[in-house]
Design a binder for this molecule. Structure first.
Ligand code: KG4
Ligand code: ZN
Length: 350
């Protein structure tokens, strides 16, 4: 089965083709430089840029794969959560292709796709727990199968990536600041500055990062960043975020018995201190951290195509009335399972 994946949930336009679990071709257009001028993603601009890029990217993908669109068996598209206008561009494009090529459609949960993309580099282990950390999300999950993923906790306000981006911006770093803070942090002292570990005095698996964001900006406004001060400030901020994530991850592991695999994905999962901290947590429990490789951490079409293939080869489909789901809205449980052998003429996944 050849699955086309279309990702337009935020500010990256990504398209990819996955055949039987392997990537055939992928294309990606990042809008980071456009939004950098404003210090964050401007939704209206993001939709316009997706609209400008998506057609030419589809042509480029076909050329790269040396195939015609009629060979596509399934069209998978990110249906949310994300920015409404951005999601609409991808889903309208996907529906048009599905109609004109007479191929089935599947809406993919962007956060599940972040986690499942780990399967492109390591065998997926179930049951597992997973953490998606990005510019817009910080969510903990239990994974029992590709089509049985349950959210255990989420951020009540800002995502971890928002803290990196906004605090970095305040310190004069360009958007998105996460990668730069990561690099600066590697040369600093993580214990140099005291920052609060937020929202831990409770029993739940939710996060709240807005207080840390404010505390870090307040601290930074009184600092003179000469002589390695910025490096140590970044290291201290990074440590506060990594520790907070690890403490809630450990709590989730303690609540769920017999879990040996922990997935880490999303843009912020590229962070070296967070990876090392969760690696240590899992090693201490005799388990395994399965982290998405840095190239798959940022938004991309490969994870959508791969998730589409995983679910689609088990018969999951959506109708053409598939709705997009904006960030913060409930994801409807509206996938339908069909006799997939009829669609593709062969059984692909188990
Ligand atoms: O998943 P993603 O591409 O888009 C969203 O869905 O948000 O994540 C982008 C986020 C940005 O906040 C960026 O600063 C952060 O990922 N990021 C990092 C690193 N690389 C990217 N944060 C910390 N350390 C990094 N190495
Ligand atoms: Zn994302």
């Amino acid at each position: 089965m050849i699955c086309l994946g279309i990702e337009t949930s935020c500010d990256d336009t990504g398209l990819a083709l996955v055949e039987d679990g392997r990537v055939i071709a992928a294309v990606l257009a990042s809008q980071a430089d456009v939004h950098a001028l404003f210090g964050g993603v401007v939704p209206e601009l993001a939709s316009r840029e997706h609209l400008r890029f998506i057609g030419p990217l589809f042509d480029a993908l076909m050329e790269r794969a040396s195939m015609g669109p009629e060979r596509i068996d399934l069209i998978a598209v990110t249906r949310g959560p994300g920015l409404g206008g951005s999601l609409l561009v991808g889903s309208a494009f996907a529906k048009t292709l599905a109609l004109s090529l007479r191929k089935p459609l599947l809406g993919v949960n962007h956060l599940h796709a972040h986690l499942l993309a780990c399967g492109l580099v390591e065998e997926l282990v179930f049951p597992g727990l997973g953490l998606v950390v990005s510019g817009g999300h910080t969510e903990l999950y239990r994974l029992d199968a590709p089509d049985r993923i349950l959210r255990l906790g989420r951020t009540l306000d800002d995502a971890a990536g928002e803290v990196f981006d906004k605090v970095g911006n305040f310190c004069g770093l360009s958007y998105p600041a996460g990668k730069q803070i990561d690099e600066l942090a590697n040369r600093g002292n993580p214990h140099a500055f005291e920052l609060p570990l937020p929202y831990l005095k409770n029993e739940n698996l939710d996060f709240s990062f807005s207080g840390l964001k404010t505390a870090a900006i307040n601290l930074a406004s009184g600092l003179d960043f000469g002589d390695g001060g910025l490096e140590s400030f970044c290291a201290s901020l990074n440590r506060a975020i990594a520790e907070t994530l690890a403490i809630k991850a450990r709590r989730a592991l303690e609540l769920a018995d017999g879990i040996s695999a922990f997935y880490l994905a999303g843009g912020v999962a590229a962070n070296s201190m967070i990876r090392a901290r969760l690696q240590k947590l899992m090693a201490g429990r005799g388990g395994r951290l399965i982290a998405a490789p840095p190239r798959l951490c940022m938004d991309n079409g490969v994870m959508t195509a791969y998730t589409g293939w995983l679910l689609g080869s088990n018969g999951w489909r959506h109708e053409l009335d598939l709705e997009i789901v904006q960030r913060g809205r409930r994801m409807p449980d509206d996938m339908k399972q069909t006799d997939f052998k009829k669609d593709t003429g062969r059984k692909v996944n188990g």
